[in-house]
Ligand binder design. Structure first.
Ligand code: BJW
Length: 240
């Protein structure tokens, strides 16, 4: 069974990373257009770099939660038949053990040089304008997809959605495109797991509400149980 899982900020909330639009979220009281657009960066690079430097530093203070670990467990069972497509810029899926993770909005721990186009693994700050390790220019920016920029690897995602038997969306408000449209691109069954019904909840065949830390492990257990029943039925069937 081929499965595509889309994750959003809600899956990392129980690890202690704030979501964007919830009460107490990263954007409460702020205009996202002042930190999450190329225009905002051009106008006040220091402000934008500080915003991302603080979030990059916060990564070392948090750990993956039960939802990230459940998806890693699912990958052990499904191998290449599972693709996690995440809008999150944290690295909690990888630290939980997932290997097939596609970051469509970039990664906090990557820095992109706008002079030579090189990308570098980065755990420190960028606000102090360090030189690019490849070309020396002081033009490293967060490797993050801002509004108006093209998300990464959309060809891979589009193909995976086209081929999948099941699309599952976890912890996302369904307000940002193209991710909000994936439910329409998916050819298979669709399921939403979110704290509350998202903006697109009615587009899913099924929508379950609750915290990801309990909903996701329960769904993974249920699915693995079904897959194991199917394979024992197959083994018990007499050869034709
Ligand atoms: C829990 C929970 C718990 C809480 N358990 N759940 C008009 C119409 C259509 C499109 C557009 C339009 N005008 C402009 C556009 C395009 C634009 C867009 O979508 N704008 C909207 C404002 C309408 N999109 C773009 O510009 C994108 N690029 C693009 O479209 O290029 C064209 C193109 C596409 C495809 C192929 C070729 C070309 C780029 C979008 C980049 C978004 N970047 C950001 C910032 C990244 C950097 C950063 O991290 O700072 O990405 S925006 C921000 O929102 C971030 C997130 O990844 C993204 C989604 O947020 P998410 O994850 O859904 O978080 P929240 O906070 O919104 O929701 C959390 C949810 O979790 C809630 O539902 C909670 O209930 C739930 N939750 N706790 C389970 N414990």
């Amino acid at each position: 069974m081929k499965i595509v899982v889309l994750t959003g900020a809600g899956i990392s909330a129980e690890s202690g990373l704030a979501t964007f639009r919830d009460s107490g979220g990263l954007w409460e009281g702020h205009d996202p257009m002042q930190v999450a657009t190329p225009e905002a960066y051009a106008q006040d690079p220091g402000l934008v770099q500080r915003f991302y430097d603080e979030r990059r530093a916060a990564l070392s203070r948090v750990e993956p939660n039960a939802a990230h670990r459940a998806l890693a467990r699912l990958e052990v069972a499904l191998g290449d038949d599972l693709l996690v497509v995440t809008q999150n810029v944290d690295d909690l899926h990888e630290r939980a053990g997932s290997r097939r993770v596609h970051h469509i909005h970039g990664r906090l721990r990557s820095a992109w040089c706008t002079t030579c186009d090189a990308r570098h693994e980065w755990s420190g700050s960028l606000g102090d304008e360090p030189p690019c390790p490849a070309c020396g220019a002081r033009t490293l920016r967060p490797d993050i997809v801002w509004f108006g920029e093209i998300p990464y690897g959309m060809d891979v995602v589009e193909q995976a959605l086209w081929d999948c038997d099941l699309f599952v969306s976890i912890g996302t408000s369904g307000l940002v495109y193209p991710a909000a449209a994936f439910v329409h691109w998916a050819r298979g069954a669709t399921l939403e797991l979110n704290l509350e019904p998202s903006a697109g909840a009615t587009d899913f065949a099924e929508s379950r509400q609750g915290p990801a830390g309990s909903l996701v492990p329960a769904w993974v257990d249920e699915l693995l149980g079904e897959l194991s029943d199917e394979s024992s039925d197959e083994a018990a069937r007499p050869p034709s």
